[in-house]
Design a protein around this ligand. Structure first.
Ligand code: NAI
Length: 287
């Protein structure tokens, strides 16, 4: 081989060595980036998030997945649920969708059975699905009353009823029920809604007592007004601006801010907290 060819080969070898070093460096950087972005607060856990197709449920499903949980999105809105699932998968998380109407016992029982069949266990239940229909008592139809109670309160009862035995099989779990500031105070024209959310808090406290010995913690998050479709599509601009002023922090909350509270309650970082309400309300109920 001529000297000229030997020189070319040497340059080629050097280029290969440099390229493989750069590849190694890039993959180390990728791993470091992944480690920074993906936490482990819920590593190895399986979580059901009801109402995961939108708003607070979507933000929570995404955050739980980032912290290592496998997620079941349970909602009666397939389109929104699939979108949430895609968002989680794009970030490298694991999620599945189980079509569920939380007011229907058969659906909720199947939601829990399928979760255990797919992921092998159940550790966390975020009972979040809810509707925000409002009416004064004298103007409310019986249908309205029954619908709000069936979704917002019966849905939580059913979720707990079927999930708790599965959690007991694993030695415990964490239940987070989404109530509201209207579980603490009234709000004009929100009779059924406020009654349902007061009910959620009572139910959650009682579950906390009944299943503490089984290693199950049960808590509520009580959000103030949060910028989700329930509020942005349900209220006009003027009302939204007025509502923002009711919070001492002078704004509505973001769904991600409620998700952070739910994450804390879901994780071992809240290991001595059960039967409590965590207000995420910009100071609304502090007045
Ligand atoms: P949202 O309307 O964005 O999401 C609610 C989700 O629940 C939707 O995906 C909907 O499809 C689902 N859902 C409703 N009924 C269902 C049923 N029968 N079965 C299964 N899924 C059902 O509303 P947002 O704001 O995210 O609400 C989530 C929870 O937060 C609700 O329980 C709500 O009462 C509570 N909350 C919301 C506040 C707010 O200002 N946005 C304030 C306080 C509490």
């Amino acid at each position: 081989m001529s000297e000229a060819h030997e020189g070319e080969d040497e340059v080629g070898r050097q280029v290969d060595i440099q390229a493989s070093s750069i590849d190694r460096l890039l993959s180390t950087l990728d791993r470091a980036k992944e480690e920074m972005e993906v936490g482990d607060m819920l590593k190895g856990k399986v979580a059901i998030v009801t109402g995961g197709a939108s708003g607070i449920g979507r933000a929570t499903a995404i955050l739980f997945a980032r912290e290592g949980a496998k997620i079941v999105i349970a909602d009666y809105n397939p389109k929104g649920s699939q979108e949430t699932r895609e968002m989680i998968k794009e970030e490298g998380g694991k999620a599945t969708f189980i079509e569920t109407d939380v007011s229907k016992p058969g659906d909720v029982e199947r939601m829990v059975e399928e979760t255990v069949r797919i992921y092998g266990r159940l550790d966390i239940l975020f009972n979040n699905a809810g509707i925000g229909e409002t009416a004064k008592v004298t103007e409310a139809s019986l249908d309205h009353w029954e619908r709000v109670l069936a979704i917002n309160l019966r849905g939580v009862f059913l979720g707990c009823k079927y999930a708790i035995p599965k959690m007991i099989e694993n030695g415990g779990g964490s239940i987070i029920d989404n109530a509201s500031i209207l579980a603490e105070v009234g709000f004009s024209e929100a009779a059924a809604y406020s009654a349902s959310k007061h009910g959620v808090v009572g139910l959650t406290k009682t579950i906390a007592l009944d299943y503490a010995a089984d290693g199950i913690r049960a808590n509520t998050v009580c959000p103030g007004f949060i910028r989700t479709p329930m509020v942005t599509e349900g209220l006009d601009q003027q009302t939204r601006e007025y509502i923002a002023t009711l919070h001492p922090l002078a704004r509505m909350g973001e769904p991600e801010e409620v998700a952070e509270a739910a994450l804390f309650l879901a994780s071992e970082r809240s290991s001595f907290i059960t039967g409590t309400c965590l207000f995420v309300d910009g100071g609304y109920t502090a007045r």
